[in-house]
Structure formats: structure tokens, C-alpha cells
Design a protein around this ligand. Sequence first.
Ligand code: SAM
Length: 276
Amino acid sequence: MAGMLYLVPTPIGNLGDISIRCRQTLEQADFIAAEDTRVTLKLLNHLGIKKSLVSYFEHNKAQKGDQIVGRILAGETCALVSDAGSPAISDPGEELVQQCAAAGITVCAIPGPCAVITALSISGQATGRFCFEGFLSTAKKNRRAHLESLKNEQRTMIFYEAPHKLCATLESMAEAFGPDRPISLCRELTKLHEEVIRTTLAGAMELYTQQPPKGEYVLVVAGAPVIEEPAATTVDAKDRVRELMEQGLSRKDAVKQTAQELNMPKNAVYEAALQD
Ligand code: SAM
């Protein structure tokens, strides 16, 4: 019988965030596939777990993926971990999940630490609808094109960012979204120096002219403001009824169609049509 693949999230800064289930899964797995075996070894030592480790990262995933799938098909259970947070989210794992799914292997994702969700919850921005945009390109042209495509995005937008790229990113965001767009800069989440700076793009740019950005960041940017369509007026209704009647519709049909088009009650359109 085939084994299983478990996606095991690990703490993004506070070791206390490892869950009982994650710990048990790491203990019970036949082997652990890790983004960086040295980082995972430290975690395993902290948890008092001894387990066989294989590396699975960006530059060996094509070849290692096949080996891992082969071992699981032969009956072993694999726990996949990244350096921190949830595997497969801007981290290795996406392709392994696809490979396992294609091979008919059961994949189980254990819920747990994830920087994007931690940041969104604490950001103070609207959480009802959001989109995760991962890391922006380091190439200015591609970064700008990516942000330009989000200019009219109304959902809250979430980005991962490294401190040394932050100022360039804020500048590109201010160009695309305007300097007044609200942003929450969530840094060092779950760590000793956790901080959430709720400001605007211009405010953030100003802040980092005084002090260099430090630590790991998630940027939570407000979506574009919703522009309400002005409600149709009686003048619009009267003009539309006249236009439709000139095209040959009876008054009754013109009123009916106008009411539908302008989303107005039929009697209001009728009254508007009768006005001088
Ligand atoms: N898979 C991970 C997750 O789901 O949390 C994310 C891995 S990605 C390679 C690393 C990025 O996540 C960092 O560059 C930063 O943007 C964000 N990040 C990770 N830990 C963080 C923390 N403690 N505080 C703020 N951002 C963090």
C-alpha cells in the first residue's frame, strides 16, 4: 500500500507555535523532506526527534521529487517541511503536491504557521476578500508590470518582501497605486521585535529614509477604493424612454426596458417620462 505525503508547517519565529499534531507527524513519518536540512535539524533537535532527512529545494526538486514519490509509492510516509511556515506557499512543495496527486498519493496538509495569514489577521486592513501576490520580481520592469496589473484590484493585496528590496518596492507601489494608499508593514511576526506599521505608501517611504528596513516583512496593501456608480436620475430615465420610443418601441415597452437598464422602479421611470 502507498504511503502518504504530509505538509508540515513549522514556526515562523516562535518555536512554541509547533503544534502537537505537527510534532507527532514528524515523529511518525518514515522520513522528512526538508528545504534546508541544517535548519530542520535544529528544529528536530529542539523537539528531541531523530529522523532520516532528505533535502528538497528549488534547485533539486525535479530529481528529488521523483525519488520522494517513488519512496511513498513503495509504502513510506513523508513529512515535507520548509525553513519556516507552510510548505508550498512561496516555498518548495507546490510541484511535489502536484506529482503526488498525479500518482494517486494522498496528501494531507496540517494547518499551522503561515506568514501571509498571520499578517493579514493583524494588519487592520479589510480581510473579507484578499489576494496573495507572493514575492515581486527584483527586475524593476517586471515589478512595475506586476503592480500595474493590480492598479484596480479592490481586494486587499498581500506581498512577501525582503528588507533590502523594501524601499524599491514601496517606490514602485506608490507609482502604481498612488502615495496615499494605506499599507500595513508586518515585520518579525511572532518574534521578540514583532511590529505592525499601519501607514500609507508615502508614510512608509518617509519612515525608511530615516531608518533602514530590518527583518522579515509581509506587506498588506489596501485594495483600490470602490467607486460607486452614481444612481440613475429621472433625467436619464426620461431621455432613455424618449430614445427608445424614437426607435419604435411603445411607451409601455420603453418604460419597461429603461427600468431594467437603469435598475429603477417602473412607476418612477413612467413618471419621469411624463415630465416636461
Ligand atoms: N512558506 C512560508 C509561509 O507560509 O509563511 C513563507 C516562506 S517565504 C520563502 C519567506 C517570506 O515570508 C519572508 O521573506 C517574509 O516575507 C515572510 N515571512 C516569513 N516569516 C516571517 C515573519 N516572522 N515575519 C514577517 N514575515 C515573515
